[in-house]
Design a protein around this ligand. Sequence first.
Ligand SMILES: Nc1nc2c(ncn2[C@@H]2O[C@H](COP(=O)(O)OP(=O)(O)OP(=O)(O)O)[C@@H](O)[C@H]2O)c(=O)[nH]1
Ligand SMILES: [Mg+2]
Length: 470
Amino acid sequence: MARSPRGRIRQLATTSDDPLTQAIAPPPDESEVARAERLRQEAEAKRISDDIDEELKRERAVWKKNKSLFKLLLLGQSESGKSTTLKNFQLAFAPNAWQQERASWRSVIQLNLVRSVNIILDVLAEEMAAAPSRTTSPGPGSIVTSRPTSPNFHTIPASPSADLDPDADADADTAPPLEFSHQHALLKMRLTPLRQAAGNAGSVEGSTSEHGERGRMDSATEVLAGCAGDVRELWANGVVRTMLARRKMHLEESSGFFLDDVERIATRTYEPTDDDVVRARFRTLGVQEYSLTFENTDVTERGIAKEWMIYDVGGARTSRAAWLPYFEDAHAILFLAPISCFDEVLTEDRRVNRLEDSFILWKAIVSSKLLTKCIIILFLNKYDLLARKLKSGVKVKKYLSSFGDRENSAAVLAKYLHQKFRDQHKDLSPEPRSFYGYVTSVVDTKATASTLLSVRDGLLQQYLAKADLV
Ligand SMILES: Nc1nc2c(ncn2[C@@H]2O[C@H](COP(=O)(O)OP(=O)(O)OP(=O)(O)O)[C@@H](O)[C@H]2O)c(=O)[nH]1
Ligand SMILES: [Mg+2]
């Protein structure tokens, strides 16, 4: 290599009795000018040599780091909670880095809010447009309409339970007509700028650029702040809430829901809280590499614990081919299966049940020969949403016949699914390996922090045990 001889010359030059040193030593009768030039050249040579040494040191460090860096892959379908889990990793293990990033979520959260408003405005426009032909007995200054018979759920990406519910339409024709007033028309008109704001900023999606185009998003902040009062009024409106309830649109259960916090969020000076950031929805495109440096001092000194590479992937079916190159190097996979989704369908393919899709993915991963050496961890996620859903009366059996007549409770379903995932892991793994499954609600950062602590320690233990065997 070109570098080492130069480094060597420098080293040898300091040894005065070496023949080479003597041969290149300055002549005893050197002039002032010649001496100055020689010193300049030597200084330059030393600078180059130091640069080379520095580069060598860096290369060595990178090589050492890459060899020992622990690589964790977050996998699972879209909206399973991968990016939210990554946020929890940051919050629990790199709180300083998290603090620095927190403010950059402001626009994403505000656009999440704008999106919810626009979903409501879409439905409102549809219902109000249908009103004249359905008018039965208009009161003074009001428009009366009945609910269209075919609900349009396609506007909500996190499909509500009504998605597959054959009874969803049952009370459609019996409900009294919705009474829209002039106020609704005014609200609809005054909130039109939000449509523009959302359009300008594009969809809220993750990419290599920093959360979209900042300038345009700032203008969304302006527009939203200007509309705050009307947004509040829209969400508080009784007729609007009835309209959504009749369509079984549970906006408050969908991702990126912030309508209950308009007062706080729709302002120019809004600063996101930890909770806001964790609940924000920002779809991942491609594969995002995140280097997690553990800031806590309790981490083991054995090198691999200090810094992890975490790969957060886009979970939609169309994005999954991009996962493949990351399998080879992965030490561990954290697989997220959202268990509240037993009655929902994939946004990208509405023929596929979301729970079914999770099982298909899980089976492919645990049976993969490429991942034989990988430690696999399962999060049965969105337990909070599952509990809420079952409390509202949704019956598991209707969507998952194998569940049979077991008690229709979140705890029982979680246990049932846990066992199913465990069995498949056992039956399909090419070689025997340990199974780690956790029931989680990753929006609960406190509970998730202790889960992640146990995950981290378990992973390191396994990893080191394997390393010792090699
Ligand atoms: N209530 C509740 N919401 C959750 C939970 N996990 C994730 N979410 C929310 O669900 C939304 C989607 O979560 P993400 O972490 O963005 O999902 P993802 O798996 O990264 O999705 P893609 O990037 O599309 O692959 C976010 O708004 C989260 O706040 C959970 O356990 N409970
Ligand atoms: Mg994501």
